[in-house]
Design a protein around this ligand. Structure first.
Ligand SMILES: *Cc1c(COP(=O)(O)O)cnc(C)c1O
Length: 470
């Protein structure tokens, strides 16, 4: 398995070579030269497997330069009952026949990003350990990525984490989760701006190749291919749990922001799993919904990006979307480079008059958006009807999923966070505090450790230079 760039400017590389870098040298994203095809024999063999064995089968197809024994050890250390709360790792909850929730948020930070990030932490430590190299991880978060990355990397040898977050814009719980970490290798940087300012700083630093190389800067943002691969596993797991035989179709509803989670779903469909619909749900920040409805992809400005009650989906442009468009164009790297030369300047592109836009439907995609009133109503409705409490992001997925699903095909809605993280909205919906999982009761009272900085690339670089490992 070799990896190329969505913009065509990178010689093919191995998994280990792309693991530690962020953007490709040409500004594009790493993507497999070809997707592995999964046939009837594999599905049959995989159906009865536990999460760890399934993860090995899938990951080994994408990471073929890691020896099998080492990969098995890494997986066994990552996907444990201790870290994810059950042997199933991502249990399926059936609300009623043909209507399911795939629980992805039982990891340490109570959000689905732990599934990929815990693996990434162990992959990074393993790869760095082989050469004695160090890595300074620079990331931007609107909430869940940051704490998930920090919990995955805390105390890991050779790794430091510099995590930018929009100051005062995460939920109390999210803030407490991140800022209460006191490990020496964790640096919380609160930025006076919104998430996209943070993301732009990360991009600016990453585009300074001299600085990036000298300071050994890497990333854990959702553009990291290993994260997409880790997420592929639970689509298969959910499929097997919701079906009896390997010719049945399912649909997935995915609350989306940076297009990371549903990008994995897209790859899974390309690999051959019988997925009817990939239902993409946005919140009020509907840049992706707009694309799938109109063919126009118009990144929003910072001032157009709204702060919502499903904050982990508050994005103005979706960094992983480029991978999907690469496939949509029939893997035309020149076309992608041309489209993203506009996007990188904050401009829109319009595929509405191109036959490419119709192809998005052929690839299973439909989309819808949600808003605060709809998600509150959905939380209440799901609670009343099934006595199941969901968080605000999952509610967006459920709302759009129920509206757009093909009624003849089982629907699996991705649960991306625990309700305890968003207690204000849960209160509003059902008039009760969501129960705090054991061990999280005192989180918001713990002392917090962070610095506050302006939107100033130079100042951030100076801070990193001062604190980076080398
Ligand atoms: C990150 C996140 C999302 C969005 O996932 P993407 O991969 O960015 O599309 C949805 N819900 C929650 C709770 C998240 O943390």
């Amino acid at each position: 398995m070799r990896y190329i760039s969505t913009r065509g400017g990178m010689p093919p590389k191995s998994f280990s070579e792309i693991l530690l870098s962020g953007l490709a040298p040409d500004g594009g994203l790493a993507i497999p030269e070809v997707y592995p095809k999964i046939g009837a024999d594999e599905l049959k063999a995989w159906r009865g497997m536990n999460y760890q064995s399934l993860a090995f089968e899938i990951l080994s197809r994408f990471t073929d330069d890691i020896p099998a024994e080492d990969l098995r050890t890494i997986i066994a250390r990552t996907y444990t009952r201790e870290i994810f709360g059950s042997d199933e790792i991502t249990p399926l909850k059936t609300l009623e026949p043909g209507f399911h929730i795939l629980a992805l948020s039982n990891g340490p930070t109570l959000a689905f990003k732990d599934i990929a990030m815990q693996l990434l932490g162990n992959l990074f430590e393993y790869t760095l350990g082989k050469t004695g190299a160090v890595l300074n991880i620079l990331g931007a978060t609107s909430g869940d990525t940051g704490s998930s990355a920090e919990y995955a990397m805390r105390g890991k040898k050779g790794i430091r984490v510099f995590m930018l977050s929009p100051y005062g814009k995460m939920s109390r719980f999210q803030t407490a989760q991140m800022f209460s970490l006191h490990e020496d290798n964790i640096f919380n940087i609160a930025i006076r701006g919104v998430f996209d300012d943070c993301q732009d700083i990360v991009k600016a630093v990453s585009n300074d190749h001299v600085f990036k190389q000298a300071r050994r800067i890497g990333t854990v943002n959702s553009i990291n291919w290993a994260r997409v691969v880790a997420q592929i596993v639970y689509y298969f797991k959910g499929y097997f749990a919701a079906t009896q035989s390997d010719d049945e179709e399912v649909s997935f509803a995915v609350p989306s922001g940076n297009f990371g989670n549903i990008c994995a779903g897209h790859v899974v469909r390309m690999m051959g799993l019988p997925i009817r619909q990939l239902i993409l749900a946005t919140n009020e920040n509907d840049v992706l919904d707009e694309f799938f409805k109109t063919g126009v992809y118009r990144p929003r400005t910072t001032s157009e990006t709204r702060h919502t009650s499903s904050p982990s989906m508050d994005i103005s442009k979706a960094s992983n979307f480029e991978r999907f468009v690469f496939d949509l164009t029939g893997r035309d790297a020149d076309k992608v480079a041309e489209l993203w030369s506009a996007v990188d300047k904050g401009l829109a592109f319009d595929l509405s008059k191109s036959s490419l836009f119709e192809k998005a439907g052929d690839l299973g995609f439909v989309s819808g958006n949600s808003n605060h009133a709809a998600r509150i109503a959905t939380i209440r409705e799901i609670y009343d009807r099934y006595q199941v409490l969901v968080d605000t992001h999952t509610a967006d997925g459920l709302k759009v999923g129920q509206a757009l699903r093909d009624p003849d095909v089982p629907l699996i809605c991705m649960e991306t966070a625990q309700p305890a993280k968003f207690s204000e909205s849960i209160q509003e919906a059902i008039g009760l505090e969501p129960p705090l999982p054991a061990g999280y009761e005192d989180l918001e009272d713990l002392p917090q450790r962070f610095v506050i900085k302006d939107v100033d690339v130079k100042a951030i670089k100076a801070y990193i230079a001062e604190h980076a490992g080398d």
